[in-house]
Design a protein around this ligand. Sequence first.
Ligand code: PXG
Length: 461
Amino acid sequence: MSLSNQTRHWQALDAAHHVHPFSDTAALNKEGVRVITRADGVYLWDSEGKKIIDGMSGLWCVQVGYGNPELAEAGYEALKTLPYYNHFFKTSNPYTIELAAKLATLLPAGHRHVLFANSGSEANDSALKLIRYYWNLKGRPEKKIHLSRDYAYHGVTMAAASLSGLTPMHPQWDLPLPGFEKVPTPYWYGAKDAGYGNIDADAFGLLIAGKLEEKIRELGADHVASFSAEPIQGAGGLIFPPATYWHEVQRICARYDVLLHVDEVITGFGRTGEWFGSHTYRIAPDIMAMAKGLSSGYQPISAISLGERMADTLLNANEELVHGYTYSGHPVACAVALKNLEVIEKQKLVPRVKTEIGPYLQRRLRETFADHPIVGEVRGVGLLTAIELVRDRKERRFFPDPGNIGTLCRNYCFNDGLICRAIRDTMVLAPPLIVSEAEVEEIVTKLKSAVDKTAKELKKA
Ligand code: PXG
């Protein structure tokens, strides 16, 4: 296919000067990037005029869809009125104040205080610092180990990457840092492949939660500061915990006095059909991180909220909290985030995900792939869904060399104008919360066609 001069020009400049995240630079430069030039609703357009339906909300973040004029206007208004000021010099501003107060009305019970940062990684990094400070203030400085799970994704700073359990994230940087330990994930579909046999999901949830207890006892509860987890694991393969899991995890954290740090970066802001995954799974976090959907990705902003126990201690320390970023609570980002929350409420997107469009997407995927020879499972909550591509659906066996088949299928999706994510051989969808039924049909049709082509390719091999 011949590309326009404009596209080739941009590709050449990108290759010459721009280093991409999570990419093999040399391979990408050889292939040439796709240049995205505009977006509206659930659609993107590239520099060749190709229209693409975005089944991933960018990177799981564009809750209200692209091109929302209210968010754009809120940002422009703030840019004109107060493009920047900080909170270091006994100062604040209306946008930041109102966003913090609004969040306090939406967060899980007891969470009335927030700190702002600019990304999910920073929010988690900050959360770990606050956890360490909490135990220092409590006179228990030996409680320092941070537990988290295999397949977790918590970001890329030194601490957030250490906390992450996706092992390819570590060797290039000599991570994890000391003091970070992992426990298994409640990935029921993979249980058989991982050697747990034919265990039922609820029993598996308890068993895996029990591994957390074992780990705490092995390390000594006196040394364990916190357990960090996403309510539903996102980038690790969309892993939904069995119904028994979270209750048991909370019992264990309470019993051993381990702080519960919940990472809501993907699960926040209506994605699950509630404001937060913590509502969906009845989790009471001690500290919570949020980003992405907070501004629908229109501005880089994240937040950390404190539960009562941490707030009482940290906010009454009677000394300076030696932490903060130049852009903490940036007025423009806060103005856009505040408007984003207003739009989510006005358009009733959270109940829509819970009772209308979420169940619709789940049902259509289940109907479409019920008997498909290479689809082992369709799973989902709200507008988070995954289908497992497998070698043997009856025996729940994966393909050898996980990732090859998923990538093949994802490439068929891309070529047909659908963005979806392949994590190993799990195909993941997380469309904007405004997606219509007709657009869901388009996504499902394109995904079905890609899975069919993948199956056909496999037959040939
Ligand atoms: N926590 C969770 C649960 C995330 O999903 C982060 C923290 C880090 O956020 P920042 O804003 O620092 O990127 C994330 C980010 C993918 C993908 O391909 C997922 C994320 C980021 C990039 C790619 O699924 N999640």
